[in-house]
Every structure is written in C-alpha cells, then in structure tokens.
Design a protein around this ligand. Structure first.
Ligand SMILES: [Zn+2]
Ligand SMILES: [Zn+2]
Length: 266
C-alpha cells in the first residue's frame, strides 16, 4: 500500500533534501571532477560511483516515504466504546490483554502501536514521525529509513574525500583561469559544509536507529521511559529528545510531532 502524508513541514524537508542532493551532485560533477580530474579515468569512475549512490539514496528515500509504515487497519464500522467491558468486545479482546483503544482512530490497536497526529493513524512499533521522509518510521519501513541514512552518510564522506583529493592533486590539463578557480573553491567549501552538517546529523540518527533496533526499543518507548524515570540511559534519552527537536528544525512553528494520546487499556 502506497501512502503520502499531506504535511507542509514534510514537503519543505523533502524539497530541501533533494535540493541538497542535486546541488552536491552538480558540484561533484561540474566543479570537482570536470575541473580537476578530467585528465584521468578516475573522473568518470567517481561520477559513476557517486551517481549510483545518489540513485540508491533516492530509491531508499522514496521507499521510506511512500511505504506503509505499519498502519493499524481501521474498522469498517465505528467502535462503540460503551461496550468495551461487555459481552462481544470483551470476548474479542480476551487474549489481547495488552491491546489498547485509540479514541482518534476509534479502533483497537496492538501493543507498541502509537497514534501519529500527522499521519492521523496508529502505527505499529512507531519510532517517530520523520519530516525528512514525510512519513512515520514504523514496523514496516524502518529498514528503508536506515538504508537512506547509510547512503547519506556514505555520500557525505565520499563528497568530503573528493573535495580533499581535488585540492591535493596536481592537474596539468585543468583550467588556470582565476575566476574558474575561485568559483570551484567557493562551491567546494559550500559542499564541504553541507557534507559535514548532513553527515554528522544523519550519522547521529543512524546511531540512534541501530541502537533502537539492537535494544528492540522504539524512540517513543525510550522517551516514555525517560518520562517515567525508569530509563537506564537518561543521557542517551536527552540526546534523543534534542535530536527530535533538531529533526523538526525547518518547521519549528509547526505543531509538535506527536504526543501520547489518552487511551484506555482494555
Ligand atoms: Zn490512532
Ligand atoms: Zn506519522
């Protein structure tokens, strides 16, 4: 099932992400490879590898953005909550002690599912809503999200390496024109700043995701543990809170990502 969340913050982040990727590709091809590696086969090789990584990044991003993150199916008919503890519904939930009711979706949801106010759905094993993929990170699309983070990290490191090589390497056939040289240096510096900022940001989220997968604890569960004072790693959890604020940086005036909604344990 394909999904596309209508969230202005998500739109801004998607445009920003692809603008950054297209700009990085432009600088690498036009100002790094063509200007400093045109005298060797390393030039076409780097263009091929860099663009393959850009394609893989875009593919993983599209999959993370458009895949169903694990939405809890909505009932065909609305649930009558007055019947929660009686007859038919109690029988239905007899062996589902940990199931809860979402009053927004008006349905029952399995353990570890949470309601996302932006997606307007309950998501199974919801980690967080990420505006950078304009979707929730949940049970079914977390692997695509992690792949996307890995490709961004590799591309950032690769871009830094290419700029460094272009500054160190002698190129006898390259243009000596001063304006071209200045423009190349300017674009290279902007690309370096972009690569370092995105690289560090994404690397932190990647670390966060891998840790969540290893400990089998979603971002929401870690925040909940922090709120209840039962977290074993308070410093780590504060870092996660900070990370989520940075995640929403392009849309600070917009509504908060999510919060725990009142639910009735049945
Ligand atoms: Zn819900
Ligand atoms: Zn969401």
């Amino acid at each position: 099932m394909m999904v596309f969340v209508k969230d202005p913050c998500g739109f801004i982040c998607i445009i920003f992400t692809y603008a950054a990727v297209v700009y990085a590709d432009y600088v690498v091809i036009r100002w790094v490879v063509v200007q400093t590696m045109s005298d060797s086969l390393w030039g076409p090789f780097h263009v091929l590898i860099f663009n393959t990584l850009v394609f893989l990044l875009s593919y993983a991003h599209f999959k993370a953005m458009l895949s169903d993150p694990g939405a809890v199916p909505l009932p065909k008919t609305r649930v009558d909550f007055s019947d929660i503890h009686t007859g038919e519904l109690s029988a239905m939930l007899q062996n589902k002690d940990d199931w809860t009711v979402c009053t927004r979706c008006e349905t029952y949801r399995p353990p570890r599912a949470h309601h996302c106010r932006i997606c307007k759905r309950c998501i199974k094993r919801m980690d967080h809503h990420c505006p950078w993929i304009n979707n929730c990170v949940g049970e079914k699309n977390q692997r695509y999200f992690v792949q996307f983070l890995i490709y961004v990290t590799i591309l950032a490191v690769y871009a830094i390496a290419l700029v460094s090589i272009s500054w160190l390497r002698e190129c006898p056939l390259c243009s000596r024109e001063i304006t071209i040289k200045q423009t190349r240096i300017l674009h290279s510096i902007v690309l370096l700043i972009e690569a370092v900022m995105f690289g560090l940001f994404v690397l932190t989220i990647l670390y966060d995701q891998i840790e969540a997968i290893i400990h089998d604890e979603t971002g929401i569960e870690q925040l909940a543990a922090l709120g209840s004072g039962s977290s074993d790693t308070p410093k780590l959890s504060y870092r996660k809170v900070l990370l989520r604020h940075i995640c929403r940086l392009p849309c600070q005036s917009y509504q908060p990502t999510y919060r725990h909604l009142p639910s009735h344990t049945v």
